[in-house]
Design a protein around this ligand. Structure first.
Ligand code: GLU
Length: 287
């Protein structure tokens, strides 16, 4: 008889402090919280605060107050700004293995040259891939980003799969995002590298987040294989959409923020109950 133990679910909510949280975030946090709770596991809060220019660290306090107002309980783990050494070490390792190359292209250049639209915007056309890495880093003063050579990485790992709780098994297809940036110009890491490393370090077993990040998971799965990280499962939940535009709720548009609602005296527990029951305010629906 097998006595294999199934780990208790560890989920997380990982907001970026670049704007107040809205109903979509509440829905996401509640989903992650409730899955962990139902399985006797743990729900983590991680502040993703390395988006230097737009990051407003003071919002972290507002986020905590919002989650408490909704009636959630969590354990907070280190913010990304406290983990820069782990990002640098991982980037160094991949660079040492010849899997990253420096890129000096600007957004405008990429937009002008890109031939393909990907899930996260224009797919990088590979301009800097064969330019000779050593020379590019020596271009005094010109900021460089470091991109993952996805073809070389896949040649090393072979085919990969990942599993989504709602969508089922997926064949990893990171090439559809192109050679993504792992180390941004003047920033220690991109979202892809930081979030993948953090989820492993935090022992996350079920990465619960919105469907808008579904495509990013193809890249995260590749990074896990390259960096020998444990492979979690994912749960990409549907997004709350603005009926008028058919687009996801955004931080600065649509409905009032959670903080606005909280300060106006609305009951957070009632709002949480409504979201759990899929009862949304007029003009908002689940995609
Ligand atoms: N920090 C991201 C955001 O606020 C979420 C990242 C994730 O859940 O993987 O959109």
């Amino acid at each position: 008889m097998s006595h294999e133990r199934h780990p208790l679910p560890v989920t997380r909510f990982a907001p970026s402090p670049n704007g107040s949280l809205h109903l979509g975030h509440a829905f996401s946090a509640i989903a992650a919280h409730d899955i962990a709770r139902a399985g006797g596991g743990r729900f983590l809060l991680r502040i993703e605060d390395i988006d230097g220019a737009r990051s407003r660290p003071e919002l972290a306090g507002e986020f905590r107050a919002d989650l408490a107002w909704l009636g959630l309980e969590w354990r907070e783990v280190a913010p990304q700004s406290a983990r820069l050494a782990s990002y640098a070490a991982a980037a160094q390792r991949l660079r040492g293995e010849g899997l990253l190359y420096p890129c000096t292209c600007t957004r405008a250049e990429i937009a002008a040259r890109a031939k393909q639209a990907g899930p996260e915007g224009p797919v990088y056309p590979g301009t800097c891939r064969n330019r000779g890495g050593a020379d590019a880093t020596a271009e005094g003063g010109v900021p460089v980003a470091w991109r993952l050579d996805v073809a070389a990485a896949l040649a090393r790992t072979g085919p990969l799969e990942w599993d989504d709780a709602l969508a089922g098994p997926q064949a990893a297809d990171p090439a559809r995002l192109g050679d993504v940036v792992l180390v941004r110009k003047n920033e220690p890491a991109s979202y892809h590298l930081a979030a993948t490393l953090d989820d492993a370090a935090d022992g996350v077993t079920l990465v619960t987040r919105g469907h808008d990040l579904f495509a990013a998971t193809h890249v995260h799965r590749l990074l896990q294989a390259l960096l020998d990280l444990p492979v979690p499962k994912w749960h990409h939940h549907p997004l709350l959409l603005d009926d008028a535009t058919g687009t996801k709720l955004a931080k600065r548009r649509n409905s009032p923020s959670l903080a606005d609602r909280r300060r106006a005296g609305e009951c957070g527990a009632e709002l949480a109950a409504a979201l759990r029951g899929r009862r949304f305010p007029a003009g908002i629906s689940l995609g």
